[in-house]
Design a protein around this ligand. Sequence first.
Ligand code: S3P
Length: 444
Amino acid sequence: MNKSVLINNQINNFKKKSIKVDGDKSLSIRFILLSSLSKGRCTASNLLRSEDVQSTINSIQKLGIKIKLRNDHCEVNGKGLYGLKFKKNLVLNLENSGTAARLMFSMVSNSNYWVKITGDKSLRKRDMGRVIKPLKLFGIRFKKNNTKLPIWIKGPKLLKPIKYTENLGSAQCKSAMMIAALRANGKTELKCLPSRNHTEIMFKNVFKIPIKVKKEKDYDIIKVRGINEFKGFNYKIPGDISSASFFIVLTLLSKKNSLLIRNININPSRTGILKILNIMGAQIRILKKKYYKGEQIADLLVKSNKNLKAINLSPKLNSSAIDEFLLIFLVASVSKGVSTFRNLSELNKKESKRLNWGIKILKMMNIKVRKIKNDGIKIWGNPNLKLKKSFIVKNFLRDHRIFMVSTIAALTLGGNWKIHDADCFKTSFPKYLRILNSLGAKIR
Ligand code: S3P
């Protein structure tokens, strides 16, 4: 049944002043995949128990790996680089997760039978050609020439190392190639536009896999040497900055609130949202910063601020804020001046066409917004914006981030909102509504 939420009231003063959000999605998916390839027992605490992570777990279990779960604690018994079991007619359904699906292509690269990889309605619309192209160079075989799921894969035991330039700035592409490189006999050399670097950090700091990363002009040069088995490992997953961002913007745009968000991964390849909001005047503070296995973790302190100013964003910051643009557009819509964003074609390749949806939601709120050349948009902010009308948000392919950003608009700007697909936030952030309500949101 398609449930919806109704929001008719803005949020008042928060009841709580400090929260913890769910574990990081990128790290949770990487933990499940990579631990299954290790030789030994791996544990993780604070694993994100969301639908995207669950579909990753289901698929890895289908590949013969034992996984034990107790709340957010997880134990995986890795069987080494060649330990996954492939049955005939195997189907792996990654549901909504682009990351899990694209990385799964190289996980099953040594299957002797065709493995079918598929997903839900949204994932079946997304381009897989971006990973198929480089993976074919490693020697991985694809049954048909299509670039959309379902896709059938099998491959030789030993892959060939490759040299490849990745020009999308996609962490999923880069990581799919890095996982393939684990089974390639020799040195793989990747020249990648910057994107989140969790896989590089895990390879180097957790698995001690021979990997070299250096900067060369606009690119990261990544060299990985296969074939090296790695041992079991223990991992503590920090909170997800993409989930924290909804509460950062909720606090920023509400009245006279302050909120401490504890234990957040502030890897610089993910903190574009902090840099962007601070340029706009937000003054978000980073407290108790520490290092953990190559990642950076801190508490974030944010305060309400009605004096935000527009931004002319350098596209260099796009990749480190790639999942936060709907929130950034919302902040721009109440900031003083005209904001400009460019080179955002990747946004229309996410769970839904997020650039188009951003424009649609802002227009619905009577904000002047225009598409400009090079997949950009201009937003004319209105710092006095107060919504009074009724709004319905529906048919957004169950995109979790569209659901959540709509709730933040409703709770901070007013109006009567009906937002469909009320359970889709469980894709990435199952505790979302519970935390909102603990702050006083009263969402049923
Ligand atoms: C992810 C990479 C990003 C991001 C996605 C998660 C990852 O996509 O949008 O939500 O965990 O690697 P790109 O492949 O476009 O970088």
